[in-house]
Each structure stands twice: as structure tokens, then as C-alpha cells.
Design a protein around this ligand. Structure first.
Ligand SMILES: Nc1ncnc2c1ncn2[C@@H]1O[C@H](COP(=O)(O)OP(=O)(O)OP(=O)(O)O)[C@@H](O)[C@H]1O
Length: 657
């Protein structure tokens, strides 16, 4: 029997790009309607079970995704669906890829894929303190051109909210598992909104319906389908077991099993006929859910090791041949356009592409990317390396404006940062009340210990930052993938966010200690020393959290590092008494410099104060130490940790894909 790949080539009449559709910018893309072509895509990666071996996760996957259409990528668990989506969207960070992949008629650069395609991750990554409206506007500010007026961005966000049916929760905080905010379906739609903020020509969704009830899942997918139909977006979604109504929204299905393509064609009767007549499945019962029936059969076959046989049947089928012919036709079209674009003038190129509905220029066409025409702009974008839309200073401003302002209004954020310092200051003050200017020999060790506590507290306090930093990692990774900001901008934002609060609160807490205990030396120095030590502690927490793969590792590593620093700071064991094989490490111990600076500040006017019968500064070998040099070294450490933290944020990948 003859099975057509898609009766009547189920492509809708091309819809034009409507600037007023709520998803465009005044600088709307010069292109829409990108066709994605892939042929013999293979992906190999080092096996994580057998060292030295490679595993092939995708085995020659071929096909195409068309504008105006929504394709479902299905398959048994572990069949390679997410791998395939990651590969198409340029999110693979390891392994070897072979085969052909074209967007329009150009192989896209990774930066293009990140910047101009939308990707909705399986797990929601939102800023829980923002409302739905703020979350979308915040993303719009970071991802839409700087030159676009704020009013236009707000308008676009409002229309997006209308389109995603999010009006009811527009001003509701997103919330977290511990503090409920919007519902799961609303969170998913907000995530879709984030991916749509730049009106991408292509939208990838990784299991957009997982965790949603069938009604909400249907609602989300109807919204997504609207994008394909009305805007010509090319949509590809991995999906597990959709309801019948949800499955019917898809134009095409690609089924993978153990990395092989075992079906590529229309859903519905075409798919059920194919599986029954070619693959030998039992017939679909009346009223049975087609997607579930398909998945039951395919999962069972996969478990019985028949995926390769299903793939063989598929490659021999008329369905595969028809798909292959169509793909070859699209590929030669693409080749012709690519050749044409190499030789043609920009204007004729733009005309040729528009006629096909693939409004873009050709790949690798040197000399055409002057960026002055739509075709030139697309060409520049497809092959470009710039993945960020806004300059770093703008991203920093937006991050501070939305996230820091909201953090500073939240007691959950402020509480731990305020109260630990105030409580610590009150305890210290009450313990050592009024004895700071008493240099009797019984008080001198207490003062040295107090200085040590002032250094130890900010260092230990840093440990408390680790869980929150680790929890935010998913959000950071997603936003970075989406090209919202650079790693250095994020680090700068985090430091400004944390440190401006600490310096302000620290002014009060150090004043309580300094004046309550009646310490000597300069208050400004005492405050600056405590705050730069605290800043180093916070930065160490960020750096270690960025280097460590998991929260458990970071929770063990940060206190270990700080405990070693505290032991080697010179108070618990004098530097001269530390064994030589450890002493070298004291040069790299920032807490040593902090503590020594505080000691000099306290005792420089009273060097005769004695400890164990020796003048205190002499006892600790600090007679010739300059407190300002010590402070400068502590500031220098901050610079050094910053470089390490930036390196970890920029280059250490824990989420290998
Ligand atoms: N480094 C590796 N070594 C061995 N196997 C791997 C490696 N990386 C991934 N895999 C395997 O590759 C397969 C494809 O994974 P992928 O996440 O793409 O599957 P999936 O179809 O999306 O699964 P699910 O539906 O369960 O999310 C899985 O079986 C996984 O165990």
C-alpha cells in the first residue's frame, strides 16, 4: 500500500510577518520562515560507563522541519530526543557531530542559534522574586535591541501576555517550590514567553508538557501552535505521551529509537497505517490514544532490541523514500540559493529568498554581509559570532534594576544578610564591652582573639551563601545560553548586589563593635578591613560554587578552604611556629593579612601592651607591618579571586550536554 508522507504537503499558506503581532520589534527580523534541513546527522560522545569507548547517540538522522509547522520528536525514553534537540539548537558542549545541518540554506553559527532561536527548557528557570510581567520585561530589556524604546518593549510584553493567556497572573510573583506563586502551566507559558521575546524564527521545546495535566498541556500547546500558524515560526518539540487532542496539533512526527529514525511523517492515520502494515504493530483500537499506542509499541520493540530492525523497515519504506526525495530537493534548492547568493547582488538575493518565504541570505557568501539589507543582515547573523544583543553596561543596569531592587525589598533576602551581622556585633560587644582601651596583660589576648573573630565571622558567613548560589545555577546557565549577559557582567552584578548591602549593613555592625568595645586605632580602617574581608568571603563562595559540580561538593570545599586559612592566619599558631612545610601557604592566606592589619590598627599606639611577657606586636612579629599595606593585599586578593570566579563562570561547565 502507498503511504504518503503528508497528504497534500500539509503546508499552510505563507503568513506574512506582522509587526503588530506583539512579538516583533521595530527592528523585527529581516527574515522569517526558516526551513531546517538535516541529513545523516550523527553524534558520538565518550561513554560515561566504559572509559575509552565512544557511544553513538544519533545514527544518521535525516529530515526537515518547515516554517508554519509544528513537529513532534517522540521516542522511548533514552532514544535521543533531547540529544537531537540540543544538537539542532547548538547546545551540545561535547562529542563529535557529523552530517549536514542547514537553517534556510546556511549552516548556522552557534552564536546565531543561541541568539536567534528560542529554546524552552524542560525545567522552568525563572527569577522567583519577579512577577510574570517583570520577568518578561526584564528578558526583553536584555534581549531586544538597546535602541528600542521602553514603551515599545512594554507593549510587546503586554501583547505576549495576552497571547499566552497570562493576564490573570500578570502581576503575580513567580514564586518557588517553597513559596508558591504561579501555577505549573503558567510557569511553562512564561518560559515559552521568554523564548518568544525576540520573535525567533525557530522555536525548540524540550518536553513542554511534562508535569502538566492534560488540559493545561493542551492549552500550552495550542498557544505554541498559534505561533506556527500565525507567525510562520518553525517549531520542534520533544514530547512523551500527549493526549489525542494535543497530538492532533502537530503537523509531523519524527520518532527516534536508540538514536535511529524509525518514523518521519504525518501523525494520525498515516502513522497508524505505517506501524500496523509495515512494522507489524497490533491495530489501533477504536477510541485509543494514538500517541500512547505508538509509544507502547515502540518502547516494547526497543526493549526487545528491535529498534535497528524498525529503522531498516523505515529506510526501505515508501515513506522514507518520499521523505528522502523531498529532503534532497530542499537540499539542492538550498545549494542553488547558496551558489546564487555567492554570485548575485544583494538586492536580487533578497528578492529570491522572499519568494520562497525564507527571507535570508546565503551561507558563507563572503562580501555580501554588509548588513545594509535584510539578506546581508541574515547572512551576518547566521555566520556571526556575537551572541549578545546589548552592551555589558546595559545588562548590568537591567540586572541591578530588576533583580537587586527586588532583592532589597525582600526580607527573605535581607534577613540572613542583616541579622547575622547585627547579632554577631551585639554578642561581641556584650562579651568585650568597654575593654578595648584597657591594655592590661589579661585583656591583651582577648583583644587579639576579638580581632581574630572579626576576621573569622565574615569568612564563615560566606559558607551560608553557597546553597543560594548553587540553586541559581540553572537560571544562570539558561540565561547565558540565551545570550542575555556575559559571565563577567553577571559576576559584577552579583558583587554589587551583595557588597553594597554588606558595606552599608557593615557600617552599623562594625560601629557597634568598635565603639561598644572601645577599640583603638581608626574606625574607618576597622570598617574597611572587615568589609574587604567579607567581600573576599562572598567572592570565594561564588568562585567555589562555580567550580564545584554539586552543592554537596561546594558545601564541603568552602568550609575546608576557610578552615585552613583560619588555622594559618597567625593567631591560633604564630607564623614562626607553623611547620615549614605549611608556612609557604601563609603567604596565600588572605585572613592572615586581614587579622594582622586589625592587630596593628588596635595596638600600634600601645605597642608596649604585653603578651606572654613580650610586647604584643613583637610577639606576633608585626612591629614593622603597615596596616595599609595589609589592607592593600586583601584588596589584591579580591582581584585574584575575581579572575578565578570569572574563569569558572565562563569556562567550567557542569551541565555537559
Ligand atoms: N556519555 C554518555 N555515555 C553513554 N550514554 C549516554 C551518554 N550521554 C547520554 N547517553 C545516553 O544517550 C541516550 C539519549 O539521551 P537523551 O537524553 O537524548 O534521551 P531522551 O530520548 O531525551 O530521553 P528521555 O525521554 O528519557 O528524556 C540515553 O540513553 C542516555 O543514557
Amino acid at each position: 500500500m502507498k503511504i504518503r508522507i503528508e497528504p497534500g504537503e500539509n503546508e499552510r499558506s505563507p503568513s506574512t510577518f506582522h509587526p503588530e503581532n506583539g512579538l516583533s520589534t521595530p527592528h523585527g527580523h529581516p527574515f522569517r520562515r526558516l526551513r531546517i534541513l538535516f541529513k545523516d546527522l550523527c553524534y558520538k560522545v565518550d561513554s560515561n560507563s566504559n572509559k575509552g569507548e565512544k557511544v553513538q547517540l544519533l545514527k544518521g538522522v535525516s529530515g526537515f522541519f518547515k516554517p508554519n509547522q509544528m513537529t513532534a520528536v517522540m521516542g522511548p525514553s533514552g532514544s535521543g530526543k533531547t540529544t537531537f534537540l540540543d544538537l539542532l539548537s547548538g547546545r551540545k558542549t561535547q562529542g563529535t557531530i557529523t552530517g549536514t545541518l542547514l537553517f534556510g540554506h546556511t549552516a548556522p553559527s552557534r552564536s546565531f542559534l543561541r541568539r536567534y532561536t528560542g529554546y524552552v527548557e524542560q525545567f522552568d528557570t525563572l527569577v522567583d522574586s519577579l512577577t510574570v510581567y517583570e520577568m518578561l520585561l526584564y528578558t526583553a530589556e536584555l534581549k531586544r535591541p538597546l535602541s528600542e524604546p521602553l514603551a515599545s518593549k512594554k507593549e510587546a510584553v503586554d501583547r505576549l501576555i495576552g497571547r499566552l493567556a497570562l493576564e490573570k497572573c500578570r502581576d503575580v510573583r513567580i514564586g518557588s517550590p517553597l513559596k508558591r506563586g504561579i501555577s505549573g502551566g503558567q510557569a511553562k507559558r512564561t518560559n515559552v514567553g521568554i523564548a518568544l521575546i525576540t520573535t525567533p524564527a525557530v522555536l525548540f521545546l524540550d518536553e513542554p508538557t511534562s508535569g502538566l495535566d492534560s488540559f493545561t498541556a493542551q492549552e500550552v500547546m495550542e498557544v505554541v501552535r498559534g505561533l506556527a500558524v500565525e507567525d510562520g515560526t518553525t517549531i520542534c518539540a520533544t514530547i512523551h505521551s500527549p493526549s489525542s487532542a494535543c497530538f492532533a496539533l502537530f503537523d509531523r512526527v519524527m520518532v527516534l529509537a536508540s538514536g535511529w529514525t524509525v518514523y518521519f511523517g504525518a501523525p494520525g492515520v498515516v502513522a497508524s497505517d505505517y506501524l500496523t502494515h509495515v512494522c507489524g504493530s497490533r491495530p489501533l483500537a477504536h477510541g485509543e490514544n494514538l500517541a500512547e499506542w505508538m509509544m507502547d509499541f515502540l518502547t516494547m520493540s526497543d526493549r526487545e532490541g528491535r529498534s535497528s530492525a524498525l529503522h531498516d523497515s523505515y529506510t526501505k519504506s515508501e515513506l522514507a523514500q518520499e521523505a528522502s526525495q523531498l529532503l534532497d530537493r530542499y537540499l539542492s534548492d538550498a545549494q542553488a540559493k547558496s551558489a546564487l547568493s555567492r554570485g548575485a547582488s544583494l538586492s536580487s538575493l533578497a528578492g529570491a529568498d522572499a519568494a520562497d518565504g525564507v527571507g535570508g541570505g546565503g551561507g558563507g557568501c563572503c562580501g555580501l554581509s554588509d548588513g545594509s539589507s535584510p539578506a546581508g543582515q541574515l547572512l551576518a547573523r547566521l555566520s556571526g559570532s556575537e551572541q549578545y544583543v546589548t552592551p555589558w553596561w546595559w545588562s548590568l543596569k537591567v540586572l541591578l534594576q530588576y533583580r537587586t531592587v527586588r532583592n532589597y525589598q525582600s526580607m527573605e533576602y535581607l534577613g540572613p544578610r542583616l541579622f547575622d551581622k547585627i547579632i554577631f556585633a551585639l554578642v561581641i560587644m556584650s562579651l568585650y564591652f568597654g575593654i578595648g582601651d584597657n591594655f592590661k596583660s589579661e585583656n591583651v589576648p582577648s583583644m587579639a582573639a576579638l580581632m581574630y573573630l572579626c576576621v573569622a565571622q565574615p569568612a564563615w558567613g560566606a559558607v551560608a551563601y553557597v546553597p543560594a548560589i548553587m540553586l541559581e545555577r540553572g537560571l544562570y546557565v539558561r540565561e547565558r545560553h540565551d545570550g542575555l549577559y556575559r559571565p563577567l557582567t553577571y559576576l559584577l552584578f552579583k558583587m554589587l548586589d551583595e557588597l553594597s548591602l554588606n558595606f552599608a549593613v557593615g557600617l552599623g555592625s562594625t560601629a557597634i563593635i568598635f565603639y561598644g568595645v572601645q577599640l583603638r586605632g581608626e574606625f574607618v580602617y576597622f570598617w574597611l578591613n572587615c568589609m574587604t574581608t567579607l567581600s573576599n568571603g562572598v567572592l570565594i563562595a561564588y568562585m567555589m560554587a562555580a567550580f564545584c559540580p554539586t552543592l554537596d561538593v561546594a558545601n564541603a570545599a568552602v568550609p575546608t578552604l576557610l578552615a585552613v586559612m583560619l588555622f594559618l592566619s597567625g593567631f591560633l599558631i604564630r607564623i614562626e611556629s607553623i611547620p615549614v612545610y605549611w608556612r609557604w601557604l601563609t603567604y596565600a592566606d588572605l585572613l592572615k593579612y586581614s587579622w594582622q592589619g586589625l592587630m596593628v590598627n588596635q595596638f600600634q599606639a600601645h605597642p608596649q601592651a604585653e603578651l606572654a611577657g613580650t610586647p604584643i606586636l613583637e610577639y606576633y612579629n608585626l612591629t614593622n607591618t603597615s596596616k595599609w599595606v595589609e589592607l592593600a593585599i586583601v584588596v589584591g586578593f579580591f582581584g585574584g579571586w575575581s579572575v578565578l570566579a570569572w574563569y569558572a563562570l565562563a569556562f567550567v561547565r557542569h551541565q555537559k550536554r
